[in-house]
Ligand binder design. Structure first.
Ligand code: ADP
Length: 255
């Protein structure tokens, strides 16, 4: 009887082990696929500006010396595309550092209210197409990296501006509750279809290239926002309705 029990038990254990092993392999498979997709997306994103630069360089070589208009247009387009590539590389470097856990994180007590007010002021300088609304409670203090948190708010506010037609409003708010420190960015823009929401934070994910074609993004902003939130043990939630608007809410834990 003892022997039988023993083998029964080890059979169960073996089964559990096999299940665990299969689950691990599935996870590794998903990870490998994601890395492959990422490498192919990066190549694609770099190829476009390079092709444009190459095109303008050819044009310069052929006609640039005799045609001041071509000269001027080529130089400014090359400069613009180079700047775009630089921005893309900065973003990729950020994500790669974050993956390797080599991101420099400088944690201090920061005044989130002051940070939000700074961003509202800066945004009012560069945008007069939207109404900016402040729901910033005073003295909201947060343990975090101030440069990273500022970047996170900027990403969300930039998106709110990009995906909200002229005349709409953007509301930036922060508050302290019993459980959390809450940051929110709300817009009255085009909204996000429900079926896309769970993919928004993936690298290079964009809801609809056609719909986004004038906004010139790369689909890395929300991936970076997500990494920054994770670095701060924070959770991001999205509420959105088509043609009504979108709200991103971030819950930071108290210390
Ligand atoms: P992008 O550079 O394309 O803006 P993000 O990673 O910042 O990349 O955002 C991913 C996608 O999520 C965007 O392409 C857009 O389709 C959608 N999105 C992000 N923020 C908003 C928003 N506030 N309103 C509507 N759609 C949004």
């Amino acid at each position: 009887l003892m022997t039988r029990l023993d083998t029964d038990l080890s059979k169960d254990e073996l089964k559990d082990l096999a299940i665990t092993f299969n689950q691990m392999m599935d996870r590794i498979q998903v990870y490998v696929e994601r890395q492959k997709q990422f490498a192919s997306d990066v190549s694609h994103e770099l190829r476009t500006p390079l092709a444009i630069i190459q095109g303008y360089a050819d044009m310069l070589e052929r006609w640039g010396k005799d045609n001041p208009q071509i000269l001027e247009e080529s130089i400014s387009s090359i400069a613009e595309e180079t700047a775009n590539m630089n921005t893309l590389l900065e973003k990729l470097l950020f994500l790669s550092r974050s993956d390797k856990h080599t991101l420099k994180v400088d944690i201090n007590t920061i005044d989130l209210s002051a940070l939000c007010n700074d961003i509202l002021r800066e945004t009012s300088f560069i945008d007069d197409a939207h109404q900016l609304i402040s729901k910033v409670s005073p003295n909201v203090m947060l343990k975090g990296d101030s440069a990273l948190i500022k970047e996170l708010i900027r990403i969300l506010v930039d998106n709110a501006l990009k995906y909200t037609p002229e005349g709409g409003s953007i509301t930036l708010g922060c508050a302290t509750t019993n459980q959390n420190i809450v940051l929110s960015v709300k817009d009255t823009g085009i909204g996000i279809p429900k079926e896309h929401i769970h993919k928004l934070f993936e690298r290079f994910y964009r809801v609809d290239e056609a719909r986004n074609k004038n906004t010139g993004g790369t689909g890395l902003g929300l991936a970076i926002a997500h990494e920054i939130a994770e670095t701060h043990q924070a959770k991001i939630f999205v509420n959105s309705d088509i043609d009504e608007g979108t709200e991103f809410v971030i819950f930071f834990p108290h210390e």
